[in-house]
Design a protein around this ligand. Structure first.
Ligand code: ADP
Ligand code: ZN
Ligand code: ZN
Length: 817
């Protein structure tokens, strides 16, 4: 009997690829195991076994698998089912999904090099036969490649052996690639036992009286390890005692200290002394009961709870229940909300049962969380993670919480898979037969609509915890510059007045401005020219701090100009404003206040936002200026005032969701004010205080907003009434992308008639030297989505077969956001 496997490869080709295996390999290969396979003339890819069968491919001769990389599957059946759903629903390949799902360290090169571990001599008697053969070979040859090992052992299944050799510290491998198997070793020291008695320590300190630095180290060690004399981390010791590595080495050489390497996880867990969760108040208790009741009828429930109503504490109660049943919980959050605030809160309740997963983690850290979730012995039962944590290898989920479910950052734009983590979570939960709770103070129209249609359950919380009133929201008209409404820079008198008062009371202020940089447009007063990005069709944004002009789409930057590029006039002006300018103005207006800024420019690096959030929490900042990063579920005790510098630019953004989003942003950022005791104050500066959205924000009238927006969506055939698929074509040659997009739209019209819009150039028609054209297909609820997609795939295939269009990139975006 012949055996074959179908393999998912990390490439954007729709199909699976078939390879041949031997009967003995067939006896232990399973779906979800990785294999290294040859591809094309010379490439080797890491792929994932999708299934095993006896059908030889007809179109080509199946090649043999090079290596088998796992003993047991690293991806389970449920995950593969989810991958298939994503690939079908979001119209991408399984390879696309695999690349997004697996930490990149899993997709390893097959050229990995193994070397002997020279740091440590090991006792060869502990090696099994196969391990010994490899170890022996390394005595004569400095390094071995994986396929050398394969030859020596005459098997393709070499990874398990390598893994065992690493565990026995006999060999080392290429850092990056095999990080997965390499425990991280942390260096510890402890006092040599002769000195651990009171007397011993006394005489040691006397002996060291001539070596004050060494003496200091011993004193510090003693204070850190206390009476137990347990080992202390060398990094902690040198920080605390300010000792150099030489000083510590001298103590080791003298035999006063002993060193150890202790294996630890890279991902640190703290807060091991767990606390009991809080007692809920009546509103929360009722909501909790209603959620449980609703789960009897619905798999998905929407919790609409105003800002600071205490949704998190309700989640905690639900989580307690699920883990008591021995099941896992996935708690999804937007990236930014995954800061110390919520992490600490959950860790105080659940300790090591919480694993964190966010995109700023290195691939090694991701692997660690992955293995932690995969292992049934692991303590981690709750994963707190951003978008991509839907891909972790859960085997027994009981509940998924999607907090801030309205957040658009749950949808991945680029690259494929262009999935929405909230909607994917609902599917993931249903495969596990688990429940999903969506939570928000400003639900997406999609979810609220589903709740109204009784597709989702619905629970409401209308009071803030502690009965703190919702913030008082005042609209400040900045159009009328006569009367009393003078402006100082971008600050109205009203705003200055309120900030002054809040600062006098030692409370804090948040100022929201939706654009970063200093000003989005620099314009010549003589000829009107404004500097543009050479790669994109946008004006460059002025960043005063770096004295640069920068493109926010491709990162292009240049030094700020002294004179106009077009006419040489020195009379340059800046139009519009960003966070940098607000920060500068506020510093001039309030020279004694401590001011900080939170936007993409100030939060790079792993702990970028964490630092600012902690500083605000600890009241080291009086005024924080920031972009929408400020809106994501943060909880501060002493913020009294929120100022929205300009409501109009977000309302006028050219997108059918602009009004919904503006409402959500403004309500969310307002929700940061007055959360604990006293009622907060919000000032919204606008040229158009009678805009319905602003009226709805100021009265916190979600339902009104919902009804009105739904009306528009209905009239203009937008989601959630209609589904839509956006097709984007890209090419560096404008004429080519235009011809191609006209062809594509015409073919689509043949199938779908006037449900097809476009092709149209988006507001920014060229990005990174690629011209874009968009085509929109609107799909009524009663039209079959899968049939529609089938037709689009057919059109796309025929498009790809046209030689002239081959270099045009086609992007399919289902449920585009
Ligand atoms: P939301 O997520 O709805 O915006 P939070 O869960 O952050 O609200 O709660 C708002 C504030 O109220 C937090 O500081 C939280 O610690 C506090 N809080 C909420 N519920 C309780 C409770 N049952 N007991 C004590 N404090 C609570
Ligand atoms: Zn000019
Ligand atoms: Zn650019």
């Amino acid at each position: 009997m012949l055996y074959f496997i179908d393999v998912i490869l990390p490439i954007p080709l729709q199909k699976l690829f078939t390879y041949s295996i031997t009967p003995s390999e067939a006896s232990f290969l399973k779906a979800g195991i990785r294999v290294a396979v040859p591809f094309g003339k010379s490439k080797i890819y890491t792929g994932l076994v999708f299934n095993i069968h006896n059908n030889a491919p007809t179109a080509y001769e199946a090649k043999e698998v090079h290596q088998i990389l796992d003993e047991t599957p690293i991806v389970n059946k449920i995950q593969l089912e989810l991958w298939q759903w994503i690939s079908n629903y979001y119209m991408c390949t399984l390879g696309d999904v695999m690349r997004a799902a697996l930490p990149s360290a899993f997709i390893l090169e097959s050229e990995t090099v193994v070397t002997k571990n020279f740091i440590k001599e090991i006792d060869e008697s502990i090696l099994k036969d196969d391990e010994f053969l490899i170890y022996e070979a390394l005595h004569h040859q400095s390094s071995l490649k994986i396929h050398d090992i394969s030859n020596i052992l005459d098997t393709k299944n070499v990874l398990p052996v390598i893994k065992r050799l690493i565990e026995k510290e006999a060999i080392t491998v290429d850092e990056e690639v095999y990080e997965k198997y390499k425990p991280k070793l942390v260096r510890y020291v402890k006092l040599q036992s002769n000195f651990s008695t009171e007397k011993g320590l006394q005489s040691l300190l006397e002996n060291l009286s001539r070596a004050p630095k060494q003496r200091e180290v011993i004193m510090t060690l003693f204070s850190l390890s206390a009476t137990t004399r347990k080992p202390v981390k060398v990094t902690d010791l040198s920080i605390e005692s300010k000792a150099s590595s030489q000083t510590i080495k001298a103590l080791l050489d003298k035999g006063i200290l002993e060193e150890y390497y202790i294996q630890t996880d890279r991902v640190q867990y703290n807060g091991t002394d767990s606390e009991a969760s809080k007692n809920l108040n009546n509103h929360q208790e009722t909501a909790l009961t209603e959620i449980r009741g609703s789960f009897n009828k619905h798999n998905v429930t929407l919790l609409h709870g105003v800002t600071s109503s205490g949704k998190t504490e309700i989640y905690v109660k639900l989580i307690e229940n699920i883990i008591a049943e021995g099941k896992q919980v996935l708690y999804l959050l937007p990236e930014i909300a995954l800061t110390t605030q919520l992490v600490n809160r959950l860790q105080t309740y659940f300790g090591e049962q919480v694993a964190i997963f966010h995109s700023k983690y290195s691939t090694q850290e991701r692997v660690e969380v992955w293995n932690n979730v995969l292992s049934s012995a692991s303590k981690a039962k709750i994963v707190l993670g951003a978008r991509s944590s839907v891909f972790l290898p859960f085997n027994n989920l009981g509940l998924i919480i999607v907090d801030e479910e309205h957040e658009q950052s749950f949808k991945q734009f680029d690259p494929a898979p262009r999935y929405h983590a909230r909607d994917t979570a609902v599917v993931l939960a249903s495969i596990h037969k688990a429940k999903t709770l969506l939570g928000s103070a400003t639900p997406s129209l999609e979810s609220y609509f589903n709740a109204k249609q009784d597709k989702y359950g619905f629970v409401e919380l209308t009071h803030r915890y502690n009965n703190v009133l919702m913030p008082d929201i005042e609209l400040v008209d900045i159009k009328d510059k006569h009367k009393r409404k003078r402006m100082t820079g971008h600050f109205s008198d009203r705003l200055i007045e309120e900030i002054t008062e809040v600062l006098n009371n030692k409370q804090q202020v948040i100022l929201f401005q939706n654009r970063r940089g200093f000003s989005p447009i620099v314009e010549c007063n003589t000829c009107g020219h404004s500097p543009q990005c050479p790669n994109c069709d946008v004006s460059l944004t002025y960043h005063r701090y770096r004295s640069q002009l920068r493109c926010h789409y491709c990162g292009y930057n240049m030094a700020m100009l002294q004179d106009c590029m077009a006419c040489g006039s020195p009379d340059l002006d800046s139009k519009g404003f960003g966070t940098e300018q607000i920060e500068e103005e506020v510093k001039l207006l309030f020279p004694n206040a401590k001011v900080a800024r939170m936007d993409l420019d100030t939060t790079r690096g792993k702990y970028g936002y964490e630092k600012i959030i902690t500083a605000l929490e600890q009241e080291e900042i009086d005024i924080l200026v920031g972009t929408q990063m400020l809106t994501k579920g943060l909880d501060f005790r002493n913020v009294k005032l929120v100022g929205i510098m300009n409501a109009d630019n977000m309302l006028n953004f050219p997108d059918f969701r602009a009004h919904e989003r503006s409402f959500q942003l403004m309500v969310q950022v307002s929700g940061r004010a007055g959360r604990t005791e006293e009622r907060g104050k919000v000032l919204i500066q606008t040229y158009n205080p009678y805009h319905t959205i602003l009226q709805q924000v100021s009265t916190n009238n979600y339902i009104n907003m919902f009804n009105e927006q739904m009306n528009d969506r209905y009239n203009y055939k937008y989601p959630p009434i209609y589904k839509q698929i956006k097709i984007t074509l890209k090419h560096k040659d404008y004429n080519k992308v235009e011809t191609a997009s006209i062809w594509f739209a015409k073919s689509l019209r043949h199938f779908f008639g006037d449900a097809v819009l476009g092709p149209e150039s988006p507001p920014i028609g060229r990005i990174r030297n690629q011209f874009h054209k968009n085509i929109l297909v609107k799909i009524p609820k009663k039209q079959s989505l899968s049939k529609t997609k089938e037709a689009i795939v057919k059109i796309n295939n025929s498009f790809l077969s046209i030689k002239d269009f081959r270099s045009v990139k086609v992007i399919l975006n289902v449920d585009n956001f």
